[in-house]
Design a protein around this ligand. Sequence first.
Ligand SMILES: Cc1ncc(COP(=O)(O)O)c(C=O)c1O
Length: 901
Amino acid sequence: MPFIPQNPQDIQQILDAIGVAQVDDLFGDLPQEHRLSRPLNLPDGMEERQVRKQLSRLADRNTLPSAAPTFLGAGYYRHDIPAAVGAVLSRPEFFTAYTPYQPELSQGTLRVMLEYQTFIQRLTGLEVSNASLYDGPTALAEAVLMGLRVRKSEEVWVSEGLHPEYHAVLQTYLDPLGIHIQTLPLRNLLTEPADAAIGETAVVVIQSPNYAGELEAPALFRSIKAQGHRFLVLNVCEAFSLALDPIPAELGVDAVAGSGQSFGNALSYGGPHFGFLAGRMSDIRQLPGRIAGRTEDRRNREGIVLTFQAREQHIRREKASSNICTNQALNALAATVFLHFHGMEGLQSMAAECAGLAAAFVDTARTIDGVTIHNRRFFNEVFLQVEDHTLHKWLIDDGVLIEAQIPGLGKGLLAAFTEENTPEELDRLVRMLGGSGLPSATIDLSQIPDHLSLRHDQIAWKRTSETAVMRHFHKLAQQNYCVDDGIYPLGSCTMKFNPRLNEELARLPGFSQLHPLQPPCQVQGALELIDQLEAALSEITGLPAFTLQPAAGAHGELTALLVARAFFVDRGEDNHRNTVLVPDSAHGTNPASAHMCGYQVRTIPSDARGNIDLESLRANMGTHIAVVMMTNPNTLGLFEEHIIEVQRIVHEAGALLYYDGANLNAIMGKIRPGDMGFDLLHLNLHKTFSTPHGGGGPGSGPVGVRADLAPYLPGPRLQRNDRVLYWGPIGEKSIGRVRGAYGNFGMLVRALAYIRRLGGPGLKRASEIAVLNANYLMARLPEILPPAFERRCMHEFVLTARHLKSATGASAMDVAKRLIDHHIHPPTVYFPLIVPEAMMIEPTETVSLAELDRLAEALVSVVAEAHDDPASLAEAPKTTTFSRFDDVRAVRTPKLNIEGT
Ligand SMILES: Cc1ncc(COP(=O)(O)O)c(C=O)c1O
């Protein structure tokens, strides 16, 4: 079976050690009546070459934007990606590692985060940056939410020049909070301040260059800031525009949000890319996402740790200001390599080239009869209108230009220019529009056109040679522990092996180079892949309708709760159904997501066997409950023994039962959430379906729902007309968009490759071996570290070091840190919160018996050492470059870039 190292003898040895006759005996807690009595209706597993052939065929059905002259932009830009970016991204030390919760084993990733933050600070001129968000639109939504918290305001004004996808996502995020977006009109492509109406503490969003490609005047920003204490957000869709004057901070903005895709990230049919968000130091506690900072270890050596938000959701739970957990770390790494490689100098010369091409086009196109271009100060994208309707339609249908609707001007076309376009392509575009070609004399790409200027600051950030770039990231890679190093038993994270075929397929040009706004006829292979994955996930979960749009697990939670809310609004029940119930063992993102949806959150305790407490659930149920969020197996690694009763209680009260699918790896092919009565769920493709964790992201968090909830899913959704797939219009009942484009498409390619490789039987076997391995480890350890609950576990289990701590003083953290000296990544510690001194171990199915034994023996040895010499553990780790870091200092004295502060 692919990716499972155990042979039949190993399995027998494990079964004997656990004391069961067969693997199925470990699944005794699953209710008989809902167990899947048939194989999953999926093809059998395939050989690697068969999967390669099948998915390559889908890639081949797509038309590359480079195949014919195309000028597609609108928030997604085709820029050159240096080979060094791909080479660094392919290093397992980066792409198979997880969020750097153990800084002694993750200095490589942490240093990348710090360098990324430094670049974003330099580019925006603002003081702090987080280490990436899902994409441009969600970064803007988070910036607005941050502004509302900072100003304690409920007023949002947005320019009509904002990209419609960004507007749609912002609307989705603000709707549950009852906040109505007010509009600053666009006249002649520029925002009219309408100053009188904007409140003192409003959040105001201006995009520049705006959706029509026009650069907003600095005076606009000043006039908005001049009156009142408004929170001004600059939205940036084309990151290359940050090479221009003025530097955003000089505009007086409080935050800059946007898409960083242009910096080294493949278009990949809309994702994964990343969103950036920078702000002021005074607002740092409201800045969502992860932030790395410098601190010192016990030997006074400077190193890097996660600061501020690292454990925010777990500690603050329903009071957490944001639910983001997995981010887009690997995409931020791509940007970091890209920015090192080019330096500001290279960025500026490429920006000059893009702007020069756009200016050359505009100069000529203006002379063509029947073509109108309204822009005056533009960067690399312009809005044009052609009188000939047939030509207009042909340019869209052929994927040459994108149709856009600009307030005051109506329908037209967007044309974007990057260094990937040649003067010959421009010439062809001019001819398509009815002109007689491009006079070559007009093109000087070495200078920025007169209507623009490059930024004047000479930031000390030069181009770096490829040799130096590769050496730098090679050294950083060596400072990370990753899945390819060995067992990575982080509970709740499913750190399984990441098959290389998946990586190869996601990088096929037929997938990675697709622009998300290409017409459907050019991307039938990509749409077919999405359709196949939706169908496979439906079969695996038993829920009929899926969206693949959410970017990560927490994003899926938010999406599903918004779906639930829309469902109750439709039934007129939203006023009284204002509460979400969450077990006390739940992941911190659950209450945080519910809070973001405007719900009150009530916590239900666990009972003595680690199940949700039925009495408490009953007592808290009522017509005020909208959703009950369950993880099953729960985050104690235990299957909820009363799940049938739970679903009865929830449904009798008219509420919805939600399934946090982070732990699906325990039950594939054995039981399905839909059959257990769950109404809606999210999955983590970066856990169960082997898409890599990327040092903290990207992920993918598809949401599945029962049939009658499908109309509320985010749009657009796939539709089929005869044999042709296309994106349907966003339905009236839909919650709208939750991100730009259609999801982290590259992750979807990887997940489908995995499903095809394993097939139905392979997925079932993966779950069985994951559960087998966890039970084996648990069976080996009770004398030294007892389980929190004396029960059969599923794919993970929670131990407690409480007794060890009272006997020796050594804490769960001490044990974890000492494991590092045994060259093993520690398990998750101090989660779930309800287990004192918790250590949560999830080996996954892809570790060998020898590795399981190595972890067990290391734990035995560490615990023995704790008894013999407790002080020694407090010093751990001792064999790493850094000893334990001072996390408190990292927060008290924030040093959030590679320079001074
Ligand atoms: C149980 C559980 N739910 C939700 C999440 C959130 O998923 P993500 O990090 O993809 O946002 C996690 C992540 O670790 C988790 O373990």
